[in-house]
Design a protein. Sequence first.
Length: 319
Amino acid sequence: MPLIERSSYTRPPFYQFNGHLQTVLPAILRRVETPYERERLTLPDGDFLDLDWIDRGSRRLVILTHGLEGNSDRHYMKGMANLFAGRGWDALAWNCRSCSGEMNRQLRMYNHGDIEDIGAVIQHALSIKDYEQVVLIGFSMGGSILMKYLGVQGKEAPEQVSRGVAFSAPCNLEASVEALELPGNAFYKRRFFKSLRAKIEAKAEQYPNAIDTSKLDEIREWRDFDNFFSAPINGYEDAADFYRRASAQNYMAGTDRPILLVNAVNDPILPPECSPVALCEQHDKIFLERPLEGGHVGFTLPKAGYAWSEYRALEWCEG
């Protein structure tokens, strides 16, 4: 019954006294420098992914997947890469399609349910170096992607992939969308919409016959955006089909590699439905840890260079 009843994360900085501050302030205040080297991976469909590496000459590799509208430059990606690299691991922080500063080539972009690209990243890494151990770490959407990947692949996942860690993962995508519609979460919704709208407009310039940007002015809710854009662009029938097929909780049970899922109780944009307690109680490979504090991809520590989540992931992966 892998429910971790007592989390080791108990002390956010004193000025981060609620879930919103624990979410927003690290993104604003934390500055992390990371010595990435970039590689462009060409995909079978002619598109590309930009991969940012830290090469320590190791036989162990950590692969990091960012959240919605994130990239390899996010503080949580850089901090995790630095900590693992400092312990002698190679680190690979990959950017989802359209997230590295250059619009991708194909009509499709990226989404919570797409596991094809993370699979391509893993296979590429294994093809260029003889890694003995690969661990997957994802944040928010990235956590959902890696858990779906491990669940779908099951025993067919490469043998070098030993385990996964997901922080602040919306395992139930529809429930997380509904949470973003709450009045208290309007700030997050506006920021996401602003960024996503710009991408849809850029994509419409590439594919003017496939995207009707006039629909952008009709959007009032997340479900509208997903019905008009996320679903059709990425091959789903509609928002409901997208939420069903992209929710990690519908696939996680298939994993035979250990997964640590860490969702804070006070996460402002993840309701309780995003922490699949019943599944974890019955599954011997999925460990659920629910700190009372931490916000959404926060988990900072007082007077510390690294976040608690970074130490926790390293502990899990080396344990």
